[in-house]
Design a binder for this molecule. Structure first.
Ligand code: DGJ
Length: 724
């Protein structure tokens, strides 16, 4: 469906624009309505000329236009002081020392970017000071998603200090609120927990500076009235596009109202904004559905594939990575022989991980070399171009690992530029994984980082993939470049500089696919993903743990972004590991030379099946989460092609259990599907009662099927293909 309401919105806005400033405005003309296909945000310019939120959510919700607004609680982007007594979205100390801000409406505009996307800009100004905030809202009509950010600027006589700069701060009115967060740690990323909110403030945050995630991801599910269900109920999803410290705070007041303040973490980050400069907050992405969190996820996925990630529609290659197989212990001939393994199992690409660089201080342990980005002449005497060519000869593409923002003290880089590292004076430098973070606010360091990328990729046009890692966070946020009174800018400006470099990479090397990684899944957010094709979810590749993680990630991120590699971790049955990895962007991290011929055959068969039959459905289709690993012995999910002509069902037995009916979802009720269990062991046929049968979608979804999996680590992959 195209954008039937956009025209109406445009008319509505032109009317409002025409009336702005005229005292006799009717109440209706003061409404600002931002619809998407199944949701609507309604704002209101009240008599006091402030912007209030009337509703966000259902399109059938009756909106009563208030004759007057009694209090400030529903102000849409509330500033601190001058009467606002809750957590503010914007807090500024003005050049003359005034600590309050009072934002009133100046003008608004709406622009149709195309027939699906509109941009609404609501310009506000302080009632006294030349201090301006523009609320920007992009609505993606068909995807039911709104993106919100703020632009803050001023023309005062000196810097204004910003203490709060939320991107978005909607209010909700419901009986009660259930919040699901996705928390974790290294090797335990993206675990899901839901709680009922109580009065007071619940804060989800990160203070890690250069990665959003470690203890939790900047994403959440907010269900109103009841706890979140997969396929029913009013549910919101929110995710912040920011790779630095974030704060998501949920304040429930004594009238049962909930305000969600979402943005950069203001902790230790007050920002002196110079006159004429614009502070643009990162984007906050919201979606809403009356059909549960399953639809919320599908909205995020549809949006991400089209707008949120690089080349959303391009198939992700089946990658063989050497990290778990070799660590840093390899030389040229080892790597070349691993290409043979990659070719044997039918992979698309070989990704050479950490350990390939450093000469004065070779990178043969994590203690040295990080920062000196020349191929090690002893281990790789013919350099990267030779490796890329050798891979190419075998019809395997070649990718390379980088961690360009970091430095080991044991490097030539650090010997020459110790002042480029982030750290505090008079404090013992804190190393983490033996490394420090380069200060990207310093132009020379930033340029060096860009040159690392440029120099690496430009060596050979056969380098077509990269993994960008970031293995520590900031614990001593000091810069020798920033002035003493701008030290608190460091973590914010770091991330803007980082995006600048990532943007340059994407622009200059559009054909180099990129995976974002940060000691596992530390940097998984739509701020970074704009420049990447996929992410490394975790260094924990035990398929059992991955079932939980992939379940969590799938709430916000489409399957083609979730790199899922088959490894030996956990020592699970190989077929189980493959079937788990096939429900994401399949890859392998094994030394294929050490696999038995049988294992190689199983891998090759899985990869062939994935590439020929499943990749497109998994990577482009709609996801239906069927049975949660958190709730029973069996987890299951299906993906349905957008035109509903095909679907694939994955079933994983986490504990032994007796088979019970499983109902697929998302099929076309009227079309007939042939059912076929695939990826079976050689010479085994399916024991599924309906294998080979043709049933219509309605019957399949109503009656379901009885999986034959019953023992721990049994797994099944079942294809549905339409016959009409
Ligand atoms: C952390 C990543 O998560 C791993 O996959 C690997 O690339 C190592 N870093 C290399 O140092």
């Amino acid at each position: 469906m195209k954008h039937p309401c956009l025209f109406l919105v445009l008319i509505c806005f032109s009317i409002i624009k025409a009336y702005s400033g005229v005292p006799a405005d009717t109440l209706k003309e003061r409404l600002i309505s931002i619809p998407t296909a199944h949701s609507k945000l309604t704002l209101f310019r009240a008599a006091d000329n402030r912007i209030y939120q009337l509703a966000y959510g259902r399109t059938d919700q009756e909106i009563s236009i208030p004759a007057n607004i009694a209090g400030r609680e529903d102000e849409f982007l509330p500033p601190s002081g001058n009467g606002f007594i809750w957590e503010p979205a914007i807090q500024a100390f003005h050049a003359d020392g005034n600590t309050s801000t009072d934002l009133v409406f100046v003008r608004q505009s709406v622009k149709a970017i195309d027939n699906n996307v509109s941009l609404t800009r609501i310009e506000l100004k302080d009632s006294y000071y030349p201090f301006y905030v523009t609320i920007c809202i992009k609505a993606y009509y068909n995807e039911d998603l709104i993106e919100q950010w703020a632009e803050i600027s001023h023309k005062e006589n000196g810097p204004v200090t910003l203490f709060r700069f939320a991107s978005s701060s909607p209010v909700f009115h419901a009986r009660n609120y259930w919040l699901s967060q996705f928390y974790g740690a290294y090797k335990k990323e993206f675990q899901m927990v839901e709680e009922k909110l109580t009065p007071g403030i619940k804060v989800l945050d990160s203070k890690l500076g250069v990665r959003a995630q470690q203890m939790r991801n900047p994403s959440f599910i907010l269900s109103v009235n009841d706890s979140a269900r997969e396929d029913s109920g009013d549910v919101y999803g929110g995710t912040l596009g920011w790779s630095g410290s974030f704060q998501l705070s949920f304040e429930m007041d004594n009238a049962n109202r909930l305000r969600a303040l979402c943005g950069i973490n203001p902790f230790g980050s007050q920002y002196k904004l110079q006159p004429g400069k614009v502070f643009t907050t990162p984007s906050m992405y919201w979606t809403f559905s009356t059909e549960g969190k399953g639809q919320v996820s599908r909205n995020f996925h549809r949006w991400a594939l089209k707008y949120g990630i690089r080349d959303g529609q391009k198939p992700r290659p089946v990658v063989v990575n050497n990290w778990e197989a070799t660590g840093m212990k390899f030389d040229e001939s080892t790597i070349v022989s691993l290409f043979d393994g990659a070719k044997q199992i039918g992979a698309d690409l070989f990704l050479l991980d950490d350990g390939w660089f450093g000469n004065k201080y070779p990178r043969d342990t994590p203690k040295s070399g990080l920062g000196d980005w020349d191929a090690n002449k002893v281990r790789l005497p013919q350099g990267l171009p030779y490796l890329a060519k050798e891979a190419q000869k075998r019809n395997v593409k070649f990718g390379i690992w980088l961690e360009p923002e970091m430095v080991n003290p044991l490097t030539e880089l650090f010997e020459n530029h110790p002042e480029w590292a982030i750290g505090e004076p008079h404090r013992e430098p804190q190393l983490s994984r033996n490394q420090l973070v380069l200060d990207l606010t310093r132009p020379e360091a930033k340029e060096y980082v860009w040159n690392v990328i440029d120099k690496t990729f430009s060596q050979s046009s056969d380098i077509s993939y990269t993994k960008w890692d970031c293995n520590r966070y900031v614990t001593q946020p000091g810069s020798t470049y920033l002035k003493p009174d701008e030290q608190s800018h460091l973590l914010i400006d770091y991330n803007f500089a980082l995006y600048d470099i990532m943007g340059r990479m994407a622009k200059k090397y559009p054909n180099v696919m990129a995976m974002v990684c940060s000691g596992g899944g530390g940097r998984v957010d739509y701020g970074a993903l704009k420049y990447f094709h996929s992410f490394w979810p975790s260094d924990n590749t035990d398929p059992v743990r991955r079932i939980y993680m992939q379940w969590g990630y799938s709430h916000f991120f489409p399957a083609n972004t979730i790199a899922s590699h088959v490894t030996n971790m956990g020592k699970r049955p190989l077929r189980f590991a493959i079937n788990v990895a096939m429900s994401g962007a399949l890859g392998v991290d094994m030394d294929i030379r050490k696999n038995t011929p049988e294992e190689r055959n199983v891998l090759a068969a899985g990869i062939k099946l994935y590439k020929e039959n499943l990749r497109e459905i998994v990577q482009q289709g709609d996801l239906y989460r069927l049975e949660s690993p958190y709730e029973g012995p069996r987890a299951s999910l299906d993906y349905v092609a957008v035109d509903k002509s095909k679907a694939v069902l994955f079933i994983y037995q986490l504990k032994a259990g007796s088979p019970v009916v499983l109902k697929p979802r998302g099929l076309d009720p009227l079309r007939k599907y042939r059912i076929k269990e695939v990826n079976l062991p050689e010479n085994e046929s399916s024991k599924l009662a309906i294998d080979g049968k043709v049933l219509d979608g309605a019957t399949l979804m109503r009656d379901g099927l009885i999986p034959t999996s019953k023992n721990e680590f049994d797994s099944m992959v079942i294809e549905f293909s339409t016959t009409n």
